[in-house]
Design a protein around this ligand. Structure first.
Ligand code: CO8
Length: 260
């Protein structure tokens, strides 16, 4: 399943596709080849109907991802940098729009482009030792993979501005307090914690999960009036599904919903 891939390990097991960023010697830094392979893996996971959830993680025990590959960045002209930023943003937006739930399993440093990647996922589950940050300012550059925007939306302007302008790292506990991550667990419990979380999701209606995801992600970009209208449309879409018919009827005869 990883044929032709040098910087990504891609596996599919029991309805879950796992994408491992695999450049541990560079703390899984994101270069163009890795990002191309990431996109390719995501497209496969999206189109494979057997896959119902996606996990993204980093190889080794030191880093999820330490950001964009700094060596590669230095080679770019300003125009190339801007075009590359748009290309990366496109991949991360593609990831965010995946219908299937995506979990970032964060096993260490989660910095710069690495945090941008994690923020495009639906959930972030991290070890207690994980470290987060947007340190680009310390290189006199800025995040170009959506960091200035997604971080602000996730944790609010006050703390986002502080993280972006100081470049300071924050510990996992602080990331949890800021709602940047969903769970923090001891390192040796990370695999189990992600498995338990995914198993919960897999008991739910796949089509309804996709509708919730779309309603949240689109609604957050609208004013409340339009967002509520959109929610009402999604509510109708959900009710029209076979799963909703089964779920509602099951309740009335005091049975569990088929997938619960
Ligand atoms: N790019 C390239 N190589 C890296 C990177 C990186 N981002 N991070 C670490 N490495 C390499 C180091 O050069 C080192 O290589 P070598 O062994 O050959 O010297 C190896 O990984 C191990 O790193 P360290 O020796 O530095 O390990 P430490 O434990 O001492 O430090 C740190 C770990 C704190 C994570 C440190 O490596 C560090 O600060 N790394 C850079 C973090 C950073 O600044 N990230 C932001 C990069 S810019 C960016 O992400 C912009 C995003 C723009 C677009 C979005 C793309 C998706």
């Amino acid at each position: 399943m990883t044929e032709g891939k040098r910087h990504i390990v891609y596996e599919k097991k029991q309805r879950v596709a796992t994408v491992i960023l695999n450049r541990p010697k560079s703390l899984n830094a994101l270069n163009t080849d890795l990002l191309t392979e990431l996109l390719d893996s995501l497209q496969d996971a999206e189109t494979d109907s057997k896959v119902q959830a996606i996990v993204i993680t980093g190889a080794g025990d030191k880093a999820f991802c330490a950001g964009a590959d700094i060596e590669e960045l230095l080679e770019k002209s300003p125009l190339e940098a801007s075009e590359w930023s748009q290309w990366v943003q496109g991949i991360l937006t593609h990831l965010e729009k995946q219908k299937k739930p995506v979990i970032a399993k964060i096993n260490g440093f989660c910095l710069g482009g690495g945090l941008e990647l994690a923020m495009a996922c639906d959930f972030r589950i991290a070890t207690e030792k994980a470290i987060f940050g947007q340190p680009e300012i310390n290189l006199a550059i800025i995040p170009g993979g959506g960091g200035t925007q997604r971080l602000t939306r996730l944790i609010g302007k006050t703390k986002a501005m502080e993280m972006l302008m100081t470049g300071d790292h924050i510990a996992a506990e602080e990331a949890f307090r800021l709602s940047l991550v969903n769970r923090i667990v001891p390192a040796d419990e990370l695999d189990a914690a992600v498995d338990v979380f995914i198993k919960r999701l897999l008991t739910k209606s796949t089509v309804t999960l996709a509708i919730i995801k779309d309603a949240v992600n689109r609604g957050i970009e609208m004013d409340l009036e339009h967002a509520l209208q959109y929610e009402a449309k999604c509510f109708g879409d959900a009710l029209a599904t076979e799963d909703a018919r089964k779920g509602l009827k099951a309740f009335l005869v005091k049975q569990k919903s088929p997938k619960v």
